[in-house]
Ligand binder design. Structure first.
Ligand SMILES: Cc1cc2nc3c(=O)[nH]c(=O)nc-3n(C[C@H](O)[C@H](O)[C@H](O)COP(=O)(O)O)c2cc1C
Length: 382
């Protein structure tokens, strides 16, 4: 939430005092929900759990964390998708869910390499699902110790990478050298494009803004997000996934009735209006964009897009840059059709090429980590 704008409306001091004062402020961090960021790596002795403890920190749509891992041994596992964690309205074919699983696999592979293990990953060992995901495995994972295996320098960014939804600094250009590094980071299975100026930047700012505003104005789609909002510490600790609206300030607004799920859904409310302003500010301060395309759109292409996005996100962190996916225009529901068409006309070269990810870039203040379910809740042993 945009602190500055809300402050103008409510005046922070009086509201915080009303809600219990400084003691309250100090206790609002959802410590348990953030614990997986503390325990990654060192808390696990066997190679597969150690690598998985990083993989669960991968970016994924609406932070649904749709991964279930069936552990077969200390070096072997099977990844499936939790079909209760899909986004049926905004991601009707679970394309983005699969991209998130691709991010997971890439981070797993980078983390395994850091311990000297090569991750052999076999996608869809029992066949690729079609338009609807099913219970068949997403991937079979096998870690093999390999002498002299070079670690990936991007691993050092695993705990620093976060999605940054702040407004970006419009006085700082994203340099061509930075964009080149992002393009070079991605795997050769995808085509990566970038923009940092001219009409293309302005067009993408406007298009991503309009697509997001359209999502908010589409009741089913917006409801899907609202239902996944976790407002305040207690909700975040109970469900460390979805869209976390945490911190003393937002929680105080919640306690005083200004920021609630109901007010966010009510187009006449102040918090709804502020939400619209924030969409405008976020999109229009984008100082660059990066997009990831695949030829075709089968499930393997989606996994590869996710792997590429993971690498780009780590390189973004290494460059102290900020990034936020702006996925609405790529989504496959009716209200997005005009944006989808424009984006594909503008960002693809060949018929059959598919834009899988589009994200804004810029410089911004750091943001903290997003909640995660502990690894233990995502694995089973068989
Ligand atoms: C396929 C995909 C689509 C996403 N789309 C959006 C988006 O449209 N807007 C956004 O703010 N974040 C988007 N995200 C980022 C997720 O919301 C984010 O990864 C998740 O909340 C966890 O937070 P973290 O990345 O800071 O760990 C997307 C991530 C993925 C992998």
């Amino acid at each position: 939430m945009n602190r500055r704008k809300l402050l103008k409306i409510v005046g922070s001091a009086s509201v915080i005092v009303a809600a219990g004062g400084v003691g309250f402020v100090m206790t609002r961090t959802p410590t348990d929900a953030l614990m997986p960021w503390e325990t990654a790596g060192s808390s696990y002795s066997d190679p597969i759990r150690r690598a998985l403890s990083y993989a669960i920190l991968a970016p994924n749509p609406h932070n649904r964390q749709p991964w279930i891992v069936d552990l077969k041994s200390d070096t072997e596992a099977v990844l499936t998708c939790d079909l209760d964690r899909l986004l049926p309205v905004t991601d009707p074919f679970s394309r983005q869910i699969v991209i998130g699983l691709g991010c997971f696999l890439e981070l797993l592979s980078i983390a395994a390499a850091d311990q000297g293990y090569r991750a052999d990953i076999r996608y869809f060992p029992d066949g690729e699902p079609g338009d609807a995901l099913d219970r068949r495995p997403i991937a079979h994972l096998s870690l093999k110790k390999q002498e002299g295996l070079a670690g990936d320098p991007l691993f050092s960014q695993a705990l620093r990478r976060h999605t940054n939804r702040e407004p970006y600094d419009t006085s700082r250009v994203v340099g061509d050298d930075v964009l080149l590094r992002l393009r070079n980071t991605a795997t050769d299975k995808v085509r990566v494009g970038t923009a940092n100026g001219g009409t293309q930047l302005n067009d993408l700012r406007a298009l991503t803004k309009d697509a997001m505003l359209t999502e908010v104005a589409t009741p089913d789609a917006y409801r899907e997000s609202i239902d996944l909002m976790r407002i305040g510490r207690a909700e975040i600790e109970t469900n460390p996934d979805g869209i976390a609206l945490g911190g003393a300030f937002l929680e105080t607004l919640n306690l005083t009735g200004i920021l609630t799920r109901e007010s966010l859904a009510d187009s006449t409310s102040r918090s709804y209006q502020i939400g619209l302003d924030m969409i405008d500010e976020g999109a229009m301060t984008s100082m660059g964009f990066v997009w990831i395309n695949t030829m075709g759109n089968d499930r393997t292409a989606q996994i590869e897009a996710g792997r590429a996005y993971m690498r780009i996100a780590l390189q973004v962190a290494a460059d102290d840059l900020a990034m936020q996916p702006m996925s609405q225009a790529l989504q496959e529901y009716a209200a997005m059709a005009p944006y989808y068409k424009t984006i594909h006309e503008g960002l693809t070269d060949q018929s059959g090429e598919r834009v899988q990810m589009l994200a804004r870039l810029g410089y911004a203040k750091d943001v903290g980590p997003a909640p995660r379910w502990p690894l233990e809740t995502r694995v089973k042993e068989s």
